[in-house]
Ligand binder design. Structure first.
Ligand SMILES: C[S@@+](CC[C@H](N)C(=O)[O-])C[C@H]1O[C@@H](n2cnc3c(N)ncnc32)[C@H](O)[C@@H]1O
Length: 340
């Protein structure tokens, strides 16, 4: 009798056109097809059938992330499929929003653009089509800078980030360095809207300034940076993908993320060369023992060390990412070499 009442209540609360009818001996049971587990199975199946390997292989996690986003709850399997949520049903509006997101994902749109953010280091960063989505590999740069600071007892009071995008690198570093001030530049105006929004949410607005500028326009950039110099630390994750590598990228990246954040001429090295020249020609931007820390692409280390040494910097260290690829190079201002 108790279970019959549960079923009746269930039917009363969830009577909509998306219900499925089951007939047992003498009870007509209606099972709502908007339950979380049911919806999860439905969209997981759709994503699993995608031709894009990245989508099909990540279908379980992505299904959870999309449902959680629409329902505004935590995406861990424990929470999503918890007892508390097992009686939760999607409304018509939630269901159609979810279907729209799944359809967009099947057109290869990155999941971070669909939900509007990506976790990086210790925080959530807003992202959109104006710039690169923060990558876990880039956390190697944050780790390395903290290692350098602690190992050599350094103070990075002023930090310059060339190509700041969402601000994920600069803001994560400022968060870790008590009291430091940062300047982030980017040639994409739209990306700076994101960076400012992220700074505000991390309560770092008073410790950062974002400038719409271009490292290829040395004169105006140096003028703009004048009021903030000298910098103790320069960081950059510039575009470093060669045209040939770009052709091989997954559609999720190639069709959606801006080429201005990805591709660099000269086999991916052009922006390192231009940044090296900017710093070589404008040493007054740097404090005496300033460090320059780059994120680099797979196998680019020797070329970039050569470029930076020819610009008067001393290569001091490197760090591998979680896939054991050298991802980060550290250079120090080499005053002895500067007048050569
Ligand atoms: C690879 S993304 C890095 C974004 C962010 N720092 C990160 O690590 O996720 C490179 C960024 O550099 C910017 N950029 C590319 N060329 C530039 C230039 N010549 N001057 C200034 N910014 C540039 C792009 O707009 C993009 O936001």
């Amino acid at each position: 009798m108790k279970s019959l009442n549960i079923i009746k209540n269930f039917i009363r609360n969830n009577n909509n056109s998306n219900s499925i009818r089951f007939f047992s001996s003498n009870i007509n049971i209606v099972v709502n097809s908007r339950g979380i587990k049911y919806i999860y199975n439905e969209i997981n199946k759709k994503l699993k059938n995608s031709n894009n390997r990245q989508i099909s292989e990540g279908s379980e996690l992505e299904s959870r992330v999309l449902i959680s986003h629409v329902l505004d709850i935590d995406s861990s399997a424990i929470t999503l499929f918890s007892k508390k949520n097992q009686h939760r049903f999607l409304t018509n509006e939630e269901y159609s929003r979810l279907q729209e997101l799944v359809n967009r994902r099947l057109l290869n749109e990155p999941i971070s653009y669909l939900i509007g953010y990506r976790y990086f280091w210790k925080h959530k960063f807003h992202c959109d089509r104006s710039t690169l989505i923060p990558r876990p590999d880039s956390e190697t740069i944050v780790e390395k800078i903290l290692e350098e600071k602690n190992k050599n007892n350094l103070k990075f009071d002023r930090v310059l980030d060339l190509g700041t995008g969402t601000g994920c690198l600069l803001l994560s570093i400022l968060y870790e360095l008590d009291g430091s001030f940062g300047v982030g530049i980017d040639k994409s105006k739209e990306s700076l809207l994101l960076a400012n929004k992220n700074a505000k949410e991390l309560e770092l607005k008073d410790r950062v300034c974002f400038l719409n500028s271009d490292w290829n326009h040395q004169e105006s950039l140096v003028k703009e940076l004048g009021q903030f110099k000298p910098f103790d630390l320069v960081i950059s994750n510039p575009p470093y993908i060669s045209i040939d590598e770009y052709k091989e990228l997954n559609e999720t990246v190639k069709d959606w993320e801006p080429t201005t954040a990805l591709i660099a001429d000269e086999n991916g090295l052009k922006d390192y060369r231009n940044i090296g020249l900017l710093l070589k020609n404008n040493k007054e931007l740097l404090s005496n023992n300033a460090q320059v820390v780059f994120e680099i692409g797979k196998g680019q280390e020797n070329d970039i060390i050569e470029i930076m040494e020819s610009c008067g910097f001393k290569f001091t260290d490197s760090k591998k990412d979680l896939s054991s690829i050298i991802r980060c190079l550290v250079f120090t201002r080499n005053k002895e070499n500067e007048n050569k």
